[in-house]
Every structure is written in C-alpha cells, then in structure tokens.
Design a protein. Structure first.
Length: 282
C-alpha cells in the first residue's frame, strides 16, 4: 500500500478503538485487505495511478492527508460486517466478553453511515484540490468528472441529497450528461460546452460573462432534471435564449459558439431585394 502503512497512522482516523494487547491481531492487520481495496478504488476512480503514487511520495501535502482519510473511512466501512464475527467449527459467532457487549445493529448502521458521510466529504474536498493541479486535469479521471457542468459532489446539495452522496452523484451524473447533450444539439456547439465544462472544473474562467453563462446553464439543467423527476413540465427555451444572446453579442469571448453550427440556428438569413427576383419590393 502507498498510504496507510501502520497501525499508528490508521488510528489517527479511527478513534475510540481499544489498544491491541499482546496476542491479539492488530487493527491494522485486520483492516489491511480493506484498506488496500479502498486505495486501489480511489486511485483508479478519482486520482489516477501516476499522480496517486506521486502524492504518496510527498507524504506531507493536504491531498495526501485527505487521501489517507478517505482510504481509512472507506476501508473501515467495508470491514465493519466482518470485524465482530469469528468463524467457529459450528458456524459464525459474535466477538464478546463480560466487559464489552456487542453493539446493536442500529448503532453499527449509524457508524457505517457516518463513515460513508466522512468519506463523501473527503471526496468533495479532494476533487476541489485536484482541480487546481495541472497534472490531474489531463488525466482520464479528471475528464470523467468534466463530462458535465457539475464536476464535483456540490451539486447534490442543490438536489437535497444528504446520504450516499457519492453513489447518488454517479447515478445523477448520467442524467445530467444526457440533458446537457440535448442542449448541445439545440443551442450550443460541442466545443463551446467543453470550454465551459473545463472552466467549471478548474474555476479558471475566461471572463465574467463565462461565469454568468455557466450559472445560467447549471440552473436550467437542474430545473430540467427536477422537472423530469416531479413530472412537472419545464420549458428551458426562454432561459437558454438569454444565454444565447450573451454569446451572440460577444464573438471574441465566445468564438467557439460563433464557429459552430449553433450560430446558424439563431441567425436568420438576411433578405436582399433583387430586381431579378419574381417578387420585387419597392
């Protein structure tokens, strides 16, 4: 493993655990397989293998500490179902003694939910840190999140999602992408939307007009999403028309749009009077 390599480091993120005594299996040893799985998941899904290894070598950055937290929370969460179980000749039993009684299923569930929430908060913070890293922006993982105008978990707050935020984000991301692609066909060129998506991720905007357009687009996309879930019709035309007018009026700032097929959709042909035409207007 690259990150959590000792029982001492692990216990920084998992409080309220009894110190291992001689003859007992250390907590770190019990969790090692789960920590390794969590590490591989985080590397392949969010950070990218090369950058993941590079951050581990530094071992002092904010990203390093956040990654350690996420791995600890996710590893511990996945290990919970097996930590209090032992396999006996007669089947599974619960670890217990006269001083410490097993926790109720409700308390264990609350612990798992708490670890999941801490993991999701860590993911949100990590994505904001990674978005400032030029090396990460070029990774396949960054492109995955950049496939929509909502490249991090903050969108879930707007949708009032408070549990299983990461899993809910992944499911919602597909819906957001589908809505945005429809807008490309009717209002935007793909190149223009790609520029706006990257700006939304890196927070490096070409101009204040780009910030305005991104905010308006996000509002429309979320309204369409919410309308589809609540079976309430929402016509985005008026809101998007105002966005088009902003882009139409500034060719320099939105040159990708002006060079796309979308411009022709909002540029009616100019009538020219001609004596040779069948109809001539005085």
């Amino acid at each position: 493993m690259y990150y959590i390599k000792s029982d001492e480091l692990l216990r920084q993120f998992i409080p309220n655990t009894i110190t291992t005594v001689k003859g007992e299996t250390p907590l770190f040893e019990k969790l090692s397989p789960f920590l390794a799985t969590a590490e591989a998941w985080l590397s392949e899904t969010i950070v990218g293998n090369e950058l993941f290894a590079l951050i581990a070598e530094e071992a002092i950055s904010e990203k390093y500490n956040i990654i350690c937290q996420i791995i600890a929370y996710e590893g511990f969460r996945n290990a919970i179902p097996s930590l209090d179980l032992i396999l006996t000749p007669n089947g599974f039993g619960i670890v217990s003694n006269s001083n410490i009684a097993p926790a109720s299923s409700e308390r264990v569930a609350r612990l798992a939910d708490s670890l999941e929430s801490l993991r999701d908060k860590g993911i949100h913070i990590l994505l904001s840190k990674l978005a400032k890293d030029a090396a990460w922006i070029e990774t396949a993982q960054a492109q995955f999140f950049r496939a929509t105008l909502f490249p991090d978990l903050s969108v879930m707050r707007s949708l009032l999602v408070t549990k299983s935020v990461w899993e809910q984000y992944l499911a919602t991301r597909n819906e957001l992408m589908a809505i945005e692609e429809k807008l490309v066909d009717s209002f935007f060129g793909g190149d223009m939307l790609e520029v706006l998506r990257k700006e939304a991720q890196t927070k490096q905007y070409r101009s204040l007009k780009h910030i305005t357009v991104i905010k308006k687009l996000r509002f429309v996309v979320l309204r369409i999403l919410q309308a589809s879930k609540n079976d309430r019709p929402f016509d985005p035309y008026m809101s998007l028309s105002s966005v088009v007018e902003i882009m139409k009026a500034d060719e320099e700032d939105f040159h990708e749009w002006h060079e796309s097929f979308a411009k022709a959709l909002f540029t009616p042909p100019v009538f020219k009077n001609s004596k040779e035409a069948k109809g001539y207007w005085f």
